[in-house]
Design a protein around this ligand. Sequence first.
Ligand code: ACO
Length: 317
Amino acid sequence: MRSVVVGFGGALPQKCIKNDELPESLNTSDEWISQRTGIKQRYVISEGESTSTLATEAAKDALRFARISPNDVDLIVVGTTTGDYTFPATACLVQKNLDITNGCPAFDVSAACSGFIYALDVADSFIRMGKAKQALVIGADSFSKILDWNDRSSCVLFGDGAGAVVLKAEENTDKGIQYCKIYADGSYSDFLTTTGGVATTQHAGVVTMRGREVFKFAVEKFCSSFQELLESNDLTIDDVDLIVPHQANVRILNKFVDVLKIDPKKIVVTIDAHSNTSAATIPLALNKIKDSIGTNKNVVLLSMGAGFTWGATLVRM
Ligand code: ACO
């Protein structure tokens, strides 16, 4: 039994802030942000928008693409760390918004920027165990709500968004998820974190990070998890058609490409248009390229996020 990706969707907030529209008080510039990160703009939620509304729009989009009606979904997993409420889960709000009344399980997975890959692995496991047949997997975050808007070294990096895929159980196929491996190393938990939380300050807090260390770790883990994926599947870099990495900084991607001598054309880059949308970067990128992926292509997804968490997935489209 394999999980075949049959639907892609995405949603961005209405409000877009270009680098040169950031508050003057930040004392930053389009030049610094573009050169150091590749980011040109970010989308941020306004009144009436939230992580669950974006997740719902992305889900609707993916279901439309897959031509599956909401009540035929039998699992909803959302990767997010910026849900609308402490509880219920954002996945339950999506279920309600989509009028899904079949009682299917709906829950969130917390792995920060690796949230989508973690959610994908969970949903794939449900499908391979025969516990689900049509799963909605979403990565959605609204980091604009947990940024210190006075800290130019972090607030310029992030934006809001949601992306979704629909996984369908299929037998006797060579398509679908071939490999998914997720990892964590909690000893790095304070390298990228928030200044608060429910059981500490009773407030979500704001993002703090050791940028250079995060940068180094991301390159290292993109490289090692990608190489492990190749070895485990008896593949070489030439067998991989496309790589969709988490979008945190274009220089992380350039370094990854340099170290492993990968053809840069194989790397999907969306950071210029979307910035770092945390758990949403990978499904938003997949949504962006959905019409040009083609069939029988080997697509690798790579993630890295707070925890530290990271992961690698091989999908045959
Ligand atoms: N505008 C102008 N100047 C800035 C800004 C800004 N927005 N931010 C920092 N600077 C200044 C600093 O104050 C510093 O000035 P100084 O030399 O006078 O002290 C100078 O720029 C250099 O700062 P560094 O932190 O050394 O810059 P660096 O080249 O390391 O880039 C960055 C910083 C972009 C944060 C980089 O380290 C990075 O991308 N790290 C990865 C972090 C990341 O992507 N986190 C996202 C979450 S994790 C994830 O998604 C995987």
